[in-house]
Design a protein around this ligand. Structure first.
Ligand code: KG4
Ligand code: ZN
Length: 334
């Protein structure tokens, strides 16, 4: 089965041609540059850029793969959650190709695709827990099987990636702030600033990051933004974020142990899983503790169409094809 998949939920325009033996014939990820000058994603500009870029990279994907439209068995696209304009563009584009080729269209959930992304390159045992760290979501899931994914905890305010981006803006760094903070933190001392860890000691699995962002803002107002200051605050921020994540992972494991569930692995997915410091902290903590840390392959961490194609390949085509499925900015996992 050959799938052509599209991802356009936010500011990455991406297409992928993949078969059910995991062969990737083409995978193109285009990160829209236009948002950098605005310090964040502007939905209307994202929609316009998707429309333009999608046509170009689709042509490029078919050229470099040596495939033609008639070779494709299924067309898939992200239908939510995400920005409605970008979702409509990607899904309508894929539906049009499906109708034109007389082939099925499969709507795909973006979050479910992040959660399933480590199953592409890892031997995954169920049940496991998944820490989903993106620009719009910070969630912990119990993954009992590919079709049984249960939300255990989530952020009550800002998402983790959003917090990285907002802190990056406060520190006058380029958008997106996440990778920039990681770079600057390398030269800093993580013990320089004692930052708050909201909800860490509460007996639930939810997160809160807006207080941390406010604390960073207050420190920024009292200091000069020189290189040393930015490095030290970046390092302290990353340290604080990793403490929050580790604390909630430990609570999750304890809670599940109490329900007699044995968990052998933890996956960390989404854009923030690119952060080597955070992934390293989690890996170090679980070394010798019988919990395997699973990460997706590099080009399936940030938004990408390969995880959309892979999710589609794992579905039952007969029950999931739906040309009438409406893009939904708040789509949830069933
Ligand atoms: O999963 P993703 O590509 O898009 C969403 O579904 O939201 O995640 C994007 C987020 C951005 O907030 C970006 O700053 C963050 O992932 N990110 C990082 C790193 N690389 C990307 N955050 C921290 N460290 C990184 N190296
Ligand atoms: Zn994403």
């Amino acid at each position: 089965m050959l799938v052509f998949a599209i991802e356009t939920s936010c500011d990455e325009t991406s297409v992928c041609i993949m078969d059910n033996n995991k062969n990737i014939y083409s995978h193109i990820i285009f990160s829209q540059e236009i948002h950098k000058q605005h310090g964040g994603v502007v939905p209307e500009l994202a929609s316009r850029a998707h429309l333009e870029i999608l046509q170009k990279i689709t042509k490029q994907a078919f050229e470099e793969s040596g495939k033609i439209f008639a070779d494709i068995d299924v067309f898939a696209a992200t239908c939510g959650p995400g920005l409605i304009g970008p979702l409509l563009i990607g899904s309508t584009f894929a539906k049009s190709l499906a109708i034109g080729s007389n082939k099925p269209f499969v709507p795909i959930n973006h979050i479910e695709s992040h959660i399933l992304s480590p199953t592409f390159n890892n031997e995954v045992k169920y049940p496991h827990i998944c820490l989903l760290l993106t620009g719009g979501h910070t969630e912990i899931y119990l993954v009992e099987s590919k079709n049984k994914i249960m939300l255990l905890g989530e952020t009550l305010d800002d998402a983790i990636g959003e917090t990285f981006d907002k802190v990056g803006k406060l520190l006058n760094l380029k958008y997106p702030g996440g990778p920039e903070i990681e770079k600057r933190a390398l030269a800093g001392n993580e013990k320089s600033y004692d930052l708050p860890t909201p909800l860490l000691n509460k007996n639930n699995l939810n997160f809160s990051f807006s207080g941390l962002k406010t604390a960073v803002n207050q420190i920024v107002k009292k200091n000069n933004l020189n290189d040393d200051f930015v490095a030290n605050l970046s390092a302290s921020f990353q340290f604080c974020v990793s403490e929050i994540l580790l604390g909630k992972i430990k609570k999750t494991l304890k809670k599940l142990e109490g329900q007699s569930l044995t968990i052998n692995s933890l996956s960390v997915v989404g854009g923030v899983s690119n952060n080597k410091y955070i992934a390293g902290k989690i890996k170090d903590f679980f070394e010798n503790k019988n919990i395997k840390i699973l990460l997706p392959v590099k080009n399936m961490m940030s938004d990408n169409a390969a995880m959309i194609a892979w999710n589609c390949i794992n579905k039952n085509l007969n029950s999931s094809k739906d040309i009438f499925f409406k893009a939904n900015p708040r789509l949830t996992i069933k």
